[in-house]
Structure formats: C-alpha cells, structure tokens
Ligand binder design. Structure first.
Ligand code: SF4
Length: 242
C-alpha cells in the first residue's frame, strides 16, 4: 500500500459495502462527516454507514503521517484498519508485524489466515467485520508496545470505535484485551465472558498467533466465538473453527 493507502483503503471498504447493498452506481458527492450532501438514490440505511465510512476515511488521512510516538521512526506506513464501516463486530489485535507493515493491512500473515477461518466459522467474512490493532505502527523487531506508545495511540482507536459503533469487540490476545479494558488481568481470566465498555461488549479471546503455537486451545476460542455469534443473533453453523 502506498502512503495514501489508509485513506484509499477506507474508501475501498465503503465501495465494497455499497456493492453488497446492491448499489451499482456511486453517488457523485460523498456525504461529509458533518452532514453534507447525500445522494437521494442511496437507500435510507446508507447515510449513517456513509457517515461512518467518510469519518473513517478522514481519520485515516489525518493519522497517515502521525509522529505522536517513537514508533513512526521504523514504520513503512500506518496500518489503520480495514473492513465494513457498518460492522457490528470488530476484531482488535495488538500491533502490525512485518507483513502488515509491508501491505498496510492488519492480520495478513499466517495468523491472519487463521483469523479469517475463525470469522468464517461464525458465518461471516472479513468483509463483514472490521479489523484493526491497538497500535498502528510496527514496533521494531516486533517487541511489545510500551505504555507511552499505547497512550499516544489510544485516541486513534477511540475515534475509530466512535465512528464504527460496534455492538461487540473481540479482543485478540492479552495485549489488546488489557489495553482496551485498562486492566492487568491475564487473558486466561479475562476470556470466557463479555466485559461492558460503554455501549460495547468486549469479548477477549486468544490471539490467532498463540493458537498457531497452541492448537489445543482452539476449542476455547470456538466457545468465545459461539457466544459472540449468539450475542449478535447470527445463525449457527454447527462447526468448529480450524
Ligand atoms: S503508533 Fe500510533 S501514536 Fe505512534 S506514531 Fe504510529 S499512529 Fe502515531
């Protein structure tokens, strides 16, 4: 992804979403985040989605050159996030790795492929959900992000979630769960139940990279995903994520 990739990706997500709604022609003027022109041919459900997409695109553009913490020094690009601006379900990971830094999208490596299968196991695709990280720039040698870096990046994810307004967040791994819920509790104690965060329910589970090393814990993740499936009223598929 080139330096304008984050904003372009948000716009692309919006176009894909409109296509899934059955919209075959795009409005000439995108609605502004503060309530500008709206094409009357777009369905009545579209304006709030369009607002979210426009707000996300604007936010992505505004953080493209962010230097609020030292992680900007080693990154190729800010990895903003990708998916459906109207998603009820948002997945939150830790930080970009090498592949994500190169491609500008979260969860694109082996762990990303496993995440795709986990999402498919509850009858959804990556295009139905939104995927982002707590930290937007790759830490050097994939070290753990430092507390000041988490604090510096926090306003970005808070704004993303304010745009997305998901019903449920699936926090992938200890870092994401602890950062979102502002707790030091272990992931093994946090997972297995929902945690209210304002109007959003946060469901921590194990990170796909952990699952690649510890496949015996896939069943626990499947239990978390089934609870999310029920909470969102998604039809059951009767299988198990692999
Ligand atoms: S990690 Fe977040 S706060 Fe730090 S430079 Fe990147 S976008 Fe900015």
């Amino acid at each position: 992804m080139n330096p304008t990739g984050a904003a372009a990706a948000a716009a692309r997500d919006y176009v894909r979403y409109l296509q899934r709604l059955g919209v075959t022609e795009l409005p000439l003027v995108l609605p502004s985040p503060r309530g500008g022109a709206v094409d009357p041919n777009v369905s009545s459900a579209a304006p709030s989605v369009a607002d979210a997409a426009a707000q996300l695109a604007q936010l992505a553009a505004s953080v493209r050159d962010c230097q609020a913490c030292r992680l900007h020094e080693g990154r190729r690009q800010v990895v903003f996030g990708t998916g459906n601006p109207a998603a009820d379900l948002v997945f939150v990971g830790e930080a970009p790795g090498r592949d994500e830094d190169l491609q500008g999208e979260p969860f694109v490596g082996a762990a990303g492929q496993l995440l795709s299968r986990i999402i498919q196991a509850i009858g959804l695709t990556r295009q139905d959900v939104y995927i982002l990280n707590v930290i937007k720039c790759r830490p050097p040698q994939n070290r753990n992000p430092q507390p000041d870096e988490v604090a510096a990046c926090r306003p970005i994810i808070d704004e993303q979630l304010a745009c997305l307004k998901p019903r449920v967040i699936c926090a992938l791994g200890a870092f994401a769960a602890q950062a979102l819920l502002r707790t030091d509790e272990r992931i093994s104690r946090l997972r297995g139940r929902f945690h209210p965060m304002g109007d959003i329910l946060v469901r921590p589970t194990f990170h796909p990279a952990y699952l690649l090393r510890n496949p015996q814990d896939k069943r626990k993740v499947w239990e978390d995903m089934q609870d999310i499936q029920r909470e969102l009223g998604l039809p059951g598929r009767g299988g198990q994520g692999r």
